[in-house]
Design a protein around this ligand. Sequence first.
Ligand SMILES: *[C@@H]1O[C@H](CO)[C@@H](O)[C@H](O)[C@H]1NC(C)=O
Ligand SMILES: *[C@@H]1O[C@H](CO)[C@@H](O)[C@H](O)[C@H]1NC(C)=O
Ligand SMILES: *[C@@H]1O[C@H](CO)[C@@H](O)[C@H](O)[C@H]1NC(C)=O
Ligand SMILES: *[C@@H]1O[C@H](CO)[C@@H](O)[C@H](O)[C@H]1NC(C)=O
Length: 750
Amino acid sequence: ICWVLIMHTGCISELWDLNRTSVFHSPSGYLGLHTMLLDEYQERLFVGGRDLVYSLSLDRVSENYRQIHWPSTPRQAEECTIKGRDADECANYIRVLHRYNRTHLLACGTGAFDPLCTFIRVGHPSEDYLFQLEWHKFERGRGRCPFDPSSSFISTLIGGELFAGLYNDYWGRDAAVLRTMGRMPHIRTEPDDERLLKEPKFVGSYMIPDNEDRDDNKVYFFFTEKALEAETGAHAIYARVGRVCVNDMGGQRMLVNKWSTFLKTRLICSVPGMNGIDTHFDELEDVFLLQTRDNKNPVIFGLFNTTSNIFRGYAICVYHIASIRAAFNGPYAHKEGPEYHWSLYEGKVPYPRPGSCASKVNGGLYGSTKDYPDEAVRFARSHPLMYQPIKPVHKRPILVKTDGKYKLKQIAVDRVEAEDGQYDVLFIGTDNGIVLKVITIYNQDTESMEEVILEEMQVFKVPVPIISMEISSKRQQLYVGSESAVAQVKFHQCDMYGTACADCCLARDPYCAWDGISCSRYYPTGMQAKRRFRRQDVRHGNAAQQCFGQQLIGEALEKTEERIVYGIEYNSTLLECTPRTLQAKVIWFVQRAHEARKEEVKTDDRIIKMDLGLLFLRLHRLDAGTYFCQTVEHSIVHIVRKITLEVVEEGRVDEMFNKDYEEDIPHKMPCPAQSSIPQASKPWYKEFLQLIGYSNFQRVEEYCEKVWCTDKRRKKLKMSPSKWKYANPQEKKARIRPEHYRLPRNVVDS
Ligand SMILES: *[C@@H]1O[C@H](CO)[C@@H](O)[C@H](O)[C@H]1NC(C)=O
Ligand SMILES: *[C@@H]1O[C@H](CO)[C@@H](O)[C@H](O)[C@H]1NC(C)=O
Ligand SMILES: *[C@@H]1O[C@H](CO)[C@@H](O)[C@H](O)[C@H]1NC(C)=O
Ligand SMILES: *[C@@H]1O[C@H](CO)[C@@H](O)[C@H](O)[C@H]1NC(C)=O
């Protein structure tokens, strides 16, 4: 029963009815979720909440879970309440969950404003999802976990070293970026240095390698902070990227145990406004790192809120790591003295360049940052800010939302191959239990973005804010966390788009395509050798073109294949049609040109029904029409194939090949126009080839190329006429030989 309608997709209860989702509710009623860790290796989703850690099944989060109860000690809780905190704050909120090694997770909790860390033993299914806290391994968690359950916090674990951005004291005043835990010395940002961090809100952190040299690895921090360099108003907030070298050892005489490679710059996400004044989205809400095949070149998605009082809304901007690196390789910002502004530094930059790592790639002159010359360290200390900000791809957001319908909280992205290219599907978590599934399409000509909201998925029945999202492309699942529950949702439910080709096509969901029978999961070519018949048009959603001849209502049990066959007058022609099973009886119907009625084909000694199809020994002009190959099996009637037979007058064939091709040949031949019969031209090529014979290969090829010229191809050909007429006789020869000839892609497909 539908109780609320969500857009065109139907009712929200569908998510549950369709077995597309599974929801885990904490047995204690409240989860207090703060962090989630997706572990594809263990096939578990680890969830950190209030006094609890859960291990959930990635297959089905509601089943087969394990839990660890890990509250603050009574003494901790008592001390905490005595200091004036309320009981709820004095619980133990698990905020750190990282895979530490093959057998253990690192886990840290706020422990009643007295953070603690330990390890959790985890096991595979064969070990019955072992999930045990190592009670004897507790360590103080300062520097690894915040004191305050509600303060902003990010962390990432690299080779046993924990990199964290947090408020590292009870009062929440000491904002710092730190490296702790491992064998390397503990390093942090200098305390009370507002040039480094000024009331930051930490949003995300990732290690992104620069090259193959591991000593050159860097950790990037995404945060917002009060902008020290802003000239308009003292309260400006900027979004930032900061970075440090993983192997930073600090300085020798200055910056001892402090970052000597810390740099930061502004992350811009803005739309051009009137009077040339851009509207900036500066409040970074969430950041997502989309891995590509090259782990050195991920794509970064930022979800921003605006801090403006006049303009309210959200934007999503995309950044290439290359432009982030370019900003860090660019000029430094410089402040001459207290009464000066931050400006472009044009003086000499010391060597090694501040912000660069002690690595072979950088010359290998220095084994550690401790060996850097004082001059370089001093410069680094006074120049943490880069002059150039980072601009997004296309210099504008890929999505802007100003309707005020939802607050946008979280973002996760899946990159998917569709028939007409690659799409980044955005999953955007809102404050009311809904996840938006959106694609955006950039139009080069108008330099504009089109956003297509594919679905509004009501993941939680109650309108709760979405706190955390993890994504598994491998499993095609999104894991969504709220304060009280964790849900999983499959990326797609193609059959929900209805039972008609047009509906499927109009949905423009890159995960889905019309397969001739239903709207189903689309797999890029290669993965679907058997499924050749796929209709999808994400970019335009042109159902009229894609679904031409397809049953618009979903009554077809199976697909009806369509083709055009060209026969030459007075020659023989076979209309192929073989029923799927031997039991099926075949009946041929014909709807002749200019006749509305279908009638059964009368066979005689000229038209013969064979196992392979309908054979015309001697084709007449009046045989032209649409032929339906209908099978009857177990009283189920099905039209297997629909063949349009065009009859070419005998004389015309010769005429055509003896003419200059520059003339309007398509008018002389019954050519299938690309726009009206989109798929039909494909089989025709082969049919025609058979008819004319392979000795005429080149002429057929040239003719077909011309007939198939879409406007786009025509433009291309105009620019390179050599494609048409073989200037080089060698080439011509080579191309005539069938084994050298590669059929156009669409011919192969058909
Ligand atoms: C729902 O999906 C799960 C696997 O994800 C499967 O085990 C279960 O049988 C399905 N239930 C229904 C009613 O289809
Ligand atoms: C993983 O780390 C834990 C904690 O240090 C340790 O007890 C355990 O032996 C390690 N496991 C492996 C396989 O190294
Ligand atoms: C967006 O920013 C405005 C202004 O700073 C703030 O009032 C609002 O709460 C923010 N929205 C969210 C979802 O954080
Ligand atoms: C028609 O068929 C005959 C043989 O049956 C063949 O010799 C002739 O070339 C064909 N006509 C054309 C135009 O292909």
